[in-house]
Design a protein around this ligand. Structure first.
Ligand SMILES: [Zn+2]
Length: 226
């Protein structure tokens, strides 16, 4: 095992995690592969930013003729098309061989990207939510319906476990927010649940429950109109 000098994470001392170096201690570099890749990435980014002109000039000088490029692209496209299975296997083998490094590198890069593109990520997320609003609501509804029992059991268990703590918190909150508490009590009085309890928990005649329900509905509607 070796602790990476850069990120401080302890990793196995193998070529999976550390690059080889004859000059270094134990024949391996002191910082891990993802860190080195990250550093290289940062370095070339900086280099590209500060050497824009010379890079453009040399690119122009050594530019591959369009015809050659097109021919090459066509050749590899044909190869990929005719050897789909082989290409797939090659890619899978490459990924398998460099799995750990690639995953870590991916994590580092996406973290970095997220850090630099927070607004963009937020906007994308919001856009996705807006686009899938209906689907999400439906999914949620279906999920709730399907797992009603489990959810109720979980809630009950949670309440039982934290009864003292929760009721204390509720009382404290009510004491601090009397206005809100009054509203909540008023709303509770108009609820179906409260009405049923007042009528003796469902043992009341169905006709009476129906009538009371209608009464509550009228009350609520009248309030809305005020
Ligand atoms: Zn590291």
């Amino acid at each position: 095992m070796r602790t990476c000098k850069k990120c401080g994470v302890e990793k196995e001392l193998t070529t999976h995690f550390f690059g080889r170096s004859k000059a270094s201690l134990g024949g391996y570099l002191t910082s891990c592969k993802p860190c080195n890749a990250d550093r290289k990435c940062q370095y070339s980014k900086k280099y590209r930013a500060t050497h824009k002109e010379s890079i453009a000039a040399s690119a122009k000088k050594y530019k591959m003729p369009d015809a050659v490029r097109a021919r090459r692209n066509a050749t590899s496209a044909t190869y990929r098309l005719n050897n789909k299975e082989k290409v797939k296997l090659n890619q899978a083998a490459y990924f398998a061989k460099h799995r750990v490094r690639l995953i870590e590198l991916g994590k580092v890069r996406s973290k970095e990207w997220l850090k630099n593109n927070r607004d963009k990520a937020h906007a994308t997320r919001k856009a996705w939510e807006a686009k899938n609003k209906k689907g999400r609501a439906e999914y949620r509804k279906a999920y709730l319906a399907e797992n009603r029992g489990t959810i109720a059991a979980y809630k009950k268990e949670y309440w039982e476990k934290n009864r003292v703590h929760l009721s204390e918190y509720r009382m404290e909150h009510a004491r601090k927010n009397p206005e809100e508490e009054r509203g909540r009590r008023e709303a509770a009085k108009n609820s179906d649940c409260y009405m049923l309890r007042m009528l003796g928990g469902g043992s009341a005649p169905q006709e009476l429950i129906k009538a009371k329900r209608l009464q509550l509905q009228i009350l609520r509607e009248t309030r809305k109109c005020k």
